[in-house]
Write a protein that binds this ligand. Structure first.
Ligand SMILES: NC(=O)c1ccc[n+]([C@@H]2O[C@H](COP(=O)([O-])OP(=O)(O)OC[C@H]3O[C@@H](n4cnc5c(N)ncnc54)[C@H](OP(=O)(O)O)[C@@H]3O)[C@@H](O)[C@H]2O)c1
Length: 321
């Protein structure tokens, strides 16, 4: 399967490295707004075709799947460009800037019968399924509460601080904490309460969210773009707790029982962790599906709706909305 990448930035490099180390997939093309930049990227990652515009890659019928690696503010336009030209798409998180854009892309994918996935890699990692298995096994008993946080000192990164690039901690980092809660406790949500602190441009620097579930469980989430946090997820039950070390890329799981017994589970050897979302997309495309089980369209939309709701509460609107 031939893969193309749109946007020759930071995360595109990680994906290029990953695809080059996978079997059954080939990096066929890279597109940048600058031909020179695309050619340099192509040289570095041995990619046969370099395009100086995103349109050219979107129109390349030899490309089976396009990975959209541009800022959140541009996912909608770039994913739409690809879908309208007949390309399957794996789009970086946050999927779009808002739920309206996500809904429209999903509709196009259904109409055209093309695959559309979100590259929220934590949904595809094997340790995510290990966590499910441990909770279902009842090892920590009846589960009532989880916490999850993700914070990096990214205050000087352009796409984080600018409203016109859909900046803020929520769409970049909070999206992982929300996905952690939804993956673990589902989405039968009764109530959401939250607060945030904004930068001088009006996007959130850090935010705290409480999700109350219909069955009585609670998730307490925090994301932060000014400080490195411990990035931990914790799930609490009446017989013990599960420590999920790093909700952004699980480095290991510990089960700590109330009697002090500790059992550790290690993360399997991986290329970068990005390979699982690529494999899930390849499988779905081979099966003629428009979505994959790991991150179905309903979940993509649910996460975007939650983030829309939080931003509405905080009075954050991007200039292009
Ligand atoms: N999964 C993860 O672990 C992870 C980690 C970091 C980021 N991300 C996601 O990946 C996406 C890109 O993040 P990144 O860190 O790679 O950002 P980045 O280094 O700033 O790269 C983004 C690329 O998008 C292109 N672009 C198109 N329009 C742009 C505009 N108006 N302003 C700036 N760039 C524009 C540029 O490529 P050209 O100049 O080549 O056209 C740029 O290099 C974001 O959605 C982010 O949330 C995911």
């Amino acid at each position: 399967m031939n893969i193309g990448i749109i946007g020759a930035g930071n995360i595109a490099r990680k994906m290029a490295y990953t695809v080059n180390n996978m079997d059954g997939v080939t990096l066929a093309a890279i597109a940048s707004r600058s031909l020179e930049k695309a050619q340099e990227f192509a040289r570095e990652f041995s990619i046969p075709t370099a395009y100086g515009s995103y349109e050219e890659l979107a129109c390349d019928s030899s490309v089976d799947l396009v990975y959209v690696a541009t800022p959140h503010s541009h996912h909608y336009a770039h994913a739409k460009l690809c879908l309208e030209n007949g390309r399957n798409v794996l789009c970086e998180k946050a999927f779009t800037a808002n739920a309206k854009q996500a809904r429209e892309l999903i509709e196009i994918s259904h109409t055209k019968g093309l695959y559309l996935g979100e590259a929220i890699w934590t949904r595809y990692l094997p340790m995510r399924f290990k966590l499910d298995e441990l909770i279902s096994s009842g090892v920590i008993g009846k589960v009532s509460y989880l916490t999850a946080n993700l914070g990096y000192a990214l205050g000087d990164v352009e796409r984080m601080v600018k409203p016109e690039l859909a900046g803020g901690a929520l769409l970049d980092l909070g999206v992982y904490a929300i996905n952690f809660a939804l993956m673990t406790f589902g989405n039968d949500i009764k109530d959401i309460r939250s607060s945030c602190v904004k930068n001088e441009n009006g996007v959130d620097l850090h935010n705290s969210v409480i999700i109350d579930y219909a069955d009585g469980k609670t998730a307490l989430l925090h994301s932060n773009m000014t400080s490195n946090t411990d990035r931990r997820g914790m799930v609490y039950g009446d017989k013990g707790r599960i420590e999920f070390d790093n909700i952004n890329n699980c480095e290991g799981i510990k089960v700590i029982l109330n009697d002090g017994t500790v059992t550790e589970y290690r993360t399997p050897q991986q290329i970068s962790g990005f390979e699982y979302q690529v494999s899930a997309s390849v499988k779905a495309i081979a099966e003629g599906r428009t979505e994959c089980d790991e991150m179905p369209h309903t979940e993509i939309l649910r996460v975007m709706e939650i983030m829309d709701g939080l931003r509405a509460e905080w009075g954050i609107r991007y200039p292009f909305e």
